[in-house]
Write a protein that binds this ligand. Structure first.
Ligand code: ZN
Length: 246
């Protein structure tokens, strides 16, 4: 089964620029998945405009295809309650975006209550973790991973581009950190596989930032000659880690 862990859906008034330049509908996502042969996709809304209700509806309409994450801004006082409610409704994990929501990932007073809810519900956390950004460097992931060793944490973008080696080091020290391949270059993915083994990476397209066909080709080239490694990154790891809990 091909599973891509990181994608976005959003509807609303298009702004003409950036991520909200056009609606990111469920139908357009599913068509892109079908063109590439992707079976299931992790989805969340946009940090710019959180739409957990749309994500929940999408998951309910396509339970065999879509795995919805609850997006919250930890600075919102109701965030733990919102998270608890949506996990109770069936969403599969928490999505955080430290840079866009302006909080350091290791601001424990803010994130502690959210990780507690995830621990309680036995779900994982997916946090944006692109490189050279003030609020989400790899060592902040280490701080929360060590505070919550029983909560699985996915580092979105695996520090790409310029902190990939730090991300690999942090993942090597913290077995509950997994790396999401979106935005990472081929060489970075190859280095991560060599250092950590294929079992610590998850394929992510960050659709519509990338196309599933492109991401699949990247994973294919990064694991050339090792079909078992391809199967792990392109779905097997996600299935092993998370689908058993649902
Ligand atoms: Zn994303």
């Amino acid at each position: 089964m091909i599973i891509d862990d990181h994608n976005h859906i959003w509807i609303g008034q298009a702004t003409g620029e950036g991520w909200t330049s056009r609606p990111l509908t469920v139908d357009s996502l599913l068509s892109a998945m079908d063109r590439a042969g992707v079976d299931r996709a992790g989805i969340c809304s946009l940090a710019q405009d959180i739409q957990n209700e749309y994500v929940l509806r999408a998951q309910r309409e396509h339970p065999d295809r879509l795995l919805g994450y609850c997006f919250v801004n930890p600075r919102d006082k109701d965030a733990p309650e919102t998270l608890r409610r949506y996990l109770g409704e069936g969403l599969v994990g928490l999505k955080l975006h430290p840079r866009l929501h302006g909080f350091p990932l290791n601001a424990m007073r803010l994130v502690d209550p959210l990780f507690e809810v995830c621990r309680e519900h036995r779900v994982h956390v997916f946090a944006h973790g692109a490189g050279l950004e003030e609020f989400n460097p790899p060592h902040y992931f280490e701080d929360v991973a060590q505070a919550f060793p029983d909560v699985t944490l996915i580092m979105g973008h695996m520090g790409a581009l310029n902190e990939v080696d730090d991300a690999i080091r942090v993942a090597s020290r913290n077995p509950n950190i997994y790396l999401d391949t979106s935005a990472c270059d081929l060489f970075g993915v190859q280095r991560a596989i060599a250092a950590l083994g294929a079992e610590r990476l998850l394929m992510g397209s960050d659709w519509p930032a990338s196309d599933f066909r492109l991401e699949l080709l990247k994973i294919e080239l990064a694991t050339e000659g090792h079909p078992g490694a391809f199967a792990q990154i392109a779905g097997g790891n996600y299935e092993r880690l998370f689908l058993g809990n649902l």
